[in-house]
Design a protein around this ligand. Structure first.
Ligand code: ZN
Length: 180
């Protein structure tokens, strides 16, 4: 029999399902949420619902945005001939913080991982190929900036092979260190 009331157990389960949250931390977070003053618990829950409803993927670069096209893709100051390919939206954030890159991005939302059963159709690879293959494509250079680990490098190599038929210059780098 569960130790806590059913709805509290449920809340703990939800927190525990988040990445990096163990059972003890989940309990701590659930108790904290219950101790919030009147109204704050609701605004916390609403923030989740609002983000789920309003945040979607940019139809060009697949980065997270509100609306169809993100601020980078819609900016007239960005160089659309250079595309930096990253695995996660947070990689865009760390590159943007450096203020040294003026091109645009492509966010894969993952890397190829046979162990975790992530194949080419599970991440946004075909969207990148379509961008490069489009008749009006301005893309001249693609910077592969997936992580320098086995899966990141395998993903970069896989994409490089798909890009071979196209007249684009390929460069390899790794994203700036992520925030913990
Ligand atoms: Zn975009």
């Amino acid at each position: 029999m569960p130790f806590f009331p059913a709805s509290l157990e449920n809340l703990i389960d939800k927190f525990a399902s988040l990445p990096g949250i163990g059972r003890k931390s989940a309990q701590r977070l659930a108790f904290h949420v219950l101790s919030l003053p009147e109204g704050e618990g609701e605004s916390f829950a609403n923030a989740i619902l609002e983000a789920r409803k309003n945040v979607c993927c940019c139809k060009i670069c697949q980065n997270l945005t509100e609306g169809e096209v993100c601020s980078v893709c819609s900016s007239t100051k960005r160089d659309k001939s250079i595309v930096c390919v990253v695995s996660e939206p947070r990689d865009v954030l760390s590159i943007e913080r450096s203020h040294e890159y003026n091109g645009v991005y492509h966010v894969l939302h993952g890397v190829l991982s046979p162990i975790s059963h992530v194949g080419p159709d599970d991440i946004r690879i075909s969207e990148l190929i379509h961008r490069v293959a489009a008749d009006n494509s301005e893309i001249k250079e693609i910077i592969m900036a997936t992580n320098p680990d086995t899966e990141g490098e395998a993903t970069a190599m896989y994409i490089s092979r798909l890009l071979k038929p196209f007249d684009v210059c390929l460069l390899y780098t790794s994203p700036s260190p992520r925030d913990p």
